[in-house]
Design a protein around this ligand. Structure first.
Ligand code: DGL
Length: 282
């Protein structure tokens, strides 16, 4: 594959990382720590976020638009760094759309890599999943986990308030912390034997320290970023045909469908650094 002309900067074949909003930045961060050599384009569909309460059809339609957009920017590989998009759109895109668009290009999600790791994380075989309405109602974690480790008992709880709280930077307020505490207590109350909680929404690592404080040291609170980064590294080892077309200038562009000033400001809490994003229509 030849290098594709990128309409924003230079001629590159970057890895595309997509999320409905800011949450995927927590995954991007970990991927860039693990694989700093590659070029990346991050796309946040902030203007249409949150996706969590949207229907299957709408999440699929928005996600496909984002994937096609990232392909047009030259990305041969796109990571859906969003559980909701992974749960509601990934399979259809992989099975129906990719063969028609370009059979070389690939789209990967965050649910499969996470479920593959769960067995190595739990001792009690009792695991709690926290996610958006969309992710929890899809049952994707339970369905995937059944394939690798049917002995693991899963309880799950949807936290529809958390993404809006985080996107509005209200999660540290007294009311915000109360909502979060109630949801965590609800999950823990469903099964006394839980020893691992998976933060199955890419926004939730922002709350990781607080949730860990709430549940105490006997329960591990796991964010997906490091898992997805490790699995991507493995994927590129076993897929050298993909690895060799990726460009390696260590660059990263941030694109948003929202106002860039708002994106730059809010992205700070996810990245701990200043960035300059560009506005796009997808
Ligand atoms: N970050 C997305 C996820 O991992 C959810 C955010 C949203 O509801 O848009 O599920």
């Amino acid at each position: 594959m030849v290098a594709f002309f990128c309409s924003f900067e230079i001629m590159i074949n970057p890895i595309g990382v997509f999320d409905s909003g800011y949450g995927g930045l927590t995954v991007l961060n970990e991927i860039r720590k693990q694989l700093p050599q590659y070029d990346y384009i991050y796309l946040g569909d902030n203007a249409r976020a949150p996706y969590g309460n949207r229907s299957f059809d709408v999440v699929y339609e928005f996600t496909l638009e984002a994937v096609k957009f990232l392909f047009e920017q030259g990305c041969p590989l796109v990571i859906l760094a969003c559980n909701t998009a992974s749960a509601k759109a990934l399979r259809t895109i992989q099975q129906n759309d990719l063969p028609l668009i370009d059979s070389f290009k690939r789209v990967l999600g965050v649910i499969r890599p996470s479920t593959e790791e769960i067995k190595s994380l739990t001792n009690s075989n009792h695991v709690g999943i926290l996610g958006t309405n969309g992710t929890i109602q899809s049952g994707s974690y339970i369905i995937e986990l059944r394939k690798f480790a049917p002995e693991i008992h899963i309880v799950q709880h949807a936290c529809p308030m958390w993404v809006p709280l985080i996107e509005n930077n209200s999660h540290k307020s007294k009311a915000g912390k109360m909502f979060i505490k109630e949801d965590v207590e609800h999950l823990i109350g469903m099964d006394d034997l839980i020893d691992t909680i998976i933060l199955a929404c890419t926004h939730y690592p922002i709350l990781q320290d607080y949730i860990q404080e709430l549940v105490g040291p006997k329960i591990k609170v796991i964010a997906q970023g490091p898992i997805v980064a490790k699995k991507l590294e493995n994927y590129l080892v076993v897929h050298p045909e993909m690895e060799k077309v990726l460009s390696i200038n260590g660059s990263c562009q941030y694109l948003t469908t929202e106002n860039t000033a708002i994106f730059n400001q809010n992205a700070r809490q996810f990245l701990n650094q200043e960035i300059e994003s560009k506005h796009v229509l997808i």
